[in-house]
Design a protein around this ligand. Structure first.
Ligand code: SF4
Ligand code: FES
Length: 238
């Protein structure tokens, strides 16, 4: 008999070694997340996937599932905390959705809709962040970077290049590029790298392919991210 955990009262099976997030993704139960992508080792940094396990808050993307866990996920209290995290991310960058090519395909925007975010809540403080257009095929706009390290993990673990790293602390944290000049165009980065495809926001954009899927027909334009994740991502437009 398979082992199970309960998420919001629904029993779902898991295999040894799976995290709560792994089990939820297989069962198509949506736990909001930003820094997690099942392709890569969990990072546990965004804290959006925090759930209560037997009453205690934990990151579901890093905690292994174990028999009999009672997990609370979509509660109003947890979603309030998640909304605050997303609101902080919005005011920390320049997430000007109506002008962003990623609109409709952006996980940050989609999670904000899912959580019912209606305002930025905090004051915008627009930290100075460099835009890097030096690469012939890829545009890097750090103003939209949420420091999830997905590009870093993809470059290191899949592409074997270590193009990206994080530098600095707190509000000074920023994504840096491993090249003598610090510019993407002087690195070994290629548009065919996995790292060029994984950004959940519009921080890494491929040049010369804007609006290949028109706004209004993109993945989250018609279905909220919770429904997309629950039904599977067939037909996703990246
Ligand atoms: S550029 Fe994109 S993938 Fe890389 S850390 Fe920033 S948000 Fe994450
Ligand atoms: S998805 Fe778990 S901490 Fe980011």
């Amino acid at each position: 008999m398979s082992k199970t955990i309960s998420i919001d009262g629904v029993n779902i099976p898991f295999a040894d070694g799976q995290t709560i997030m792994d089990a939820a993704l297989v069962a198509k139960v949506y736990i909001p997340h930003l820094c997690h992508n099942p392709e890569f080792k969990p990072h546990g940094s965004c804290k959006l996937c925090t759930v209560n396990v037997n009453g205690r808050p934990v990151s579901s993307c890093t905690l292994p599932a174990s028999e009999g866990m009672e997990v609370e996920n979509m509660t109003e209290a947890l979603n309030n905390e998640r909304r605050a995290i997303v609101q902080m991310l919005f005011v920390e960058g320049n997430h000007l959705c109506p002008t962003c090519e990623k609109s409709g395909n952006c996980q940050l925007q989609a999670v904000a809709y899912c959580l019912g975010m209606m305002s930025p809540r905090y004051n915008h403080f627009y930290p100075p962040r460099e835009v890097d257009a030096s690469h012939p095929d890829v545009f890097l706009d750090r103003n939209r970077c949420i420091l999830c390290e997905l590009c870093l993990r993809a470059s290191r673990d899949v592409d074997g290049k270590n193009v990206f790293a994080l530098s600095g602390r707190g509000i000074g944290s920023r994504l840096v590029v491993n090249s003598a000049s610090g510019r993407l165009g002087d690195s070994t980065f290629a548009v065919t790298d996995r790292a060029a495809q994984v950004c959940p926001t519009g921080a890494i954009l491929i040049k010369r392919q804007g609006f290949s899927v028109p706004i209004g027909r993109r993945i989250y334009d018609h279905k909220p991210i919770c429904q997309v994740e629950s039904e599977g991502k067939e037909g996703e437009h990246e």
